[in-house]
Design a protein around this ligand. Structure first.
Ligand code: PLP
Ligand code: ZN
Length: 423
């Protein structure tokens, strides 16, 4: 149960909640949620819903997926970090990790689906290249709430759930992620559909922010450093916003954790801009030969070409407010770090989490951090091998496959039919 209002970060005006993702005045800015409860009041609810007083939702779901935080022993010893805490967001029941689709995107999907149910009769449309699609399909399967998921056709093999999906519609676009985003906008032009919103959706950010909340509760205070691999940087913004709320709470310390964010070479646009303390991304300087660079990274979830970096309340502001650092990690460093993590901590990692682990190793080597202070390493995904031991993974098949650049006309009739029968 939470009471909250929304305001625009740029003009400060309160904005009415109708699953709103932009300031009605047209400001190029994020909206932010303000919660009536100034102190974090943990609820007796499963998983992420323990933190629902700081989520933009009123009800909860009987689903136990949520963030997990534990103190590292083996990796901490090897890196000589006595206060290393790990936020594990994936499948690892031995540690309490119950995210079946194996990434922290499920922490975004859960409150987003509740927020949509509570504020709009429209059906959510999500464009994704993989992890986000799986998370929303899983939550749709668990709740019976319909969603439309638009993916590039190459992502189809990555779509699976652990429970059968019957109210979701998957559309494959014969093209790349950008083509999928364009087609999802086409679908949203049909009556009855609404864009999920990505970084602009407060439920997504505050859902990811629970990793910071969970860590503060586990540690007893905010960490000094927050490590995460970023593609859009939404998780970094979310960690900052959660820390600002924890500071106002008064019980978790007064210093904001410094954001230590990483990208995967050769595609590192935000590292390139931040290292010059530049607010605006310049495509030629920060992402030269983007398609070629994107095709060469180990972790392709970290390759967003239009991240919310310059926008008021976005990544640049989060980095500035927390005196952050950024790291450009090579594929070799990431692979080695992933192997080391699995050997020491005992679970397989998403490639993005391996990039993040590599950035922590680099920080230890080059003196970017004081090793006696408290570190939160956000393992944003893992347990893909572990989940197969407990579950048969159910593959998803697209209902439609459309060429890049199509209009929604050819799928309109079927989609409108779906909305009529399901809502
Ligand atoms: C999406 C994703 C990221 C990047 O998250 P952002 O904060 O949105 O940039 C990192 N790791 C994994 C496993 C992801 O799925
Ligand atoms: Zn505004």
């Amino acid at each position: 149960m939470s009471a909250y209002t929304l305001h625009c970060v740029l003009c400060g005006e309160e904005v009415a909640e109708h699953y709103t993702t932009a300031c009605p005045q047209g400001h190029p800015s994020l909206l932010r949620a303000d919660y009536a409860e100034r102190q974090l009041n943990l609820k007796n609810a499963p998983g992420i819903f323990r933190f629902s007083s700081w989520l933009p939702i009123h009800g909860t779901l009987p689903i136990d997926a949520g963030p997990v935080c534990y103190k590292s022993e083996a990796l901490a010893r090897v890196l000589n970090l006595p206060n290393l805490f790990i936020g594990f967001n994936g499948y690892w029941p031995e540690r309490g990790g119950t995210i079946s689709t194996c990434s922290f995107k499920e922490l975004e999907a859960l409150p987003t689906m509740v927020r949509a149910q509570e504020n709009t009769t429209k059906t959510l449309v999500i464009a994704s290249a993989g992890n986000t699609a799986r998370a929303f399909l899983q939550v749709s399967a668990l709740t019976g709430v319909p969603v439309v998921v638009v993916v590039p056709d190459k992502a189809i093999p990555r779509l699976w759930t652990t429970v059968p999906v019957d109210k979701a519609c998957v559309i494959a676009v014969q093209g790349d992620y950008t083509d999928a985003i364009r087609f999802s906008r086409e679908v949203c032009s049909l009556p009855g559909f609404i864009e999920e919103g990505g970084a602009r959706n407060v439920a997504r950010r505050d859902g990811m922010g629970t990793v910071m909340l969970d860590a503060a509760v586990t540690i007893g205070r905010m960490p000094d450093y927050y490590f995460q691999a970023i593609g859009s940087g939404t998780g970094g913004i979310a960690a900052w916003e959660a820390a600002v709320r924890l500071r106002a709470d008064g019980r978790f310390g007064t210093a904001l954790p410094s954001l230590h964010l990483s990208q995967n070479l050769p595609f590192v646009p935000m590292v390139s801009a931040w290292n010059e303390r530049r607010r605006n991304l310049i495509a030629e300087t920060d992402m030269p030969d983007a398609p070629a660079a994107i095709s060469r990274v180990f972790s392709d979830v970290l390759t967003n070409r239009e991240p919310p970096y310059a926008i008021p309340g976005g990544v640049f502001d989060a980095m500035s407010a927390t005196d952050g650092r950024m790291y450009a990690v090579t594929n070799e460093e990431a692979r080695a770090a992933g192997t080391l993590y699995t050997e020491l901590e005992g679970i397989d990692l998403d490639p993005a989490a391996a990039v993040c682990t590599a950035s922590l190793i680099r920080a230890c080597e080059n003196g970017s951090i004081d090793k006696n202070r408290t570190v939160l390493l956000n393992i944003t995904g893992g347990g893909y091998e572990r989940v197969r031991e407990d579950h048969a993974l159910i593959p998803l098949h697209p209902a439609f496959s459309v060429p890049a650049g199509s209009t929604a006309v050819q799928v309109a009739k079927e989609l409108l039919e779906m909305v009529k029968t399901h809502v």
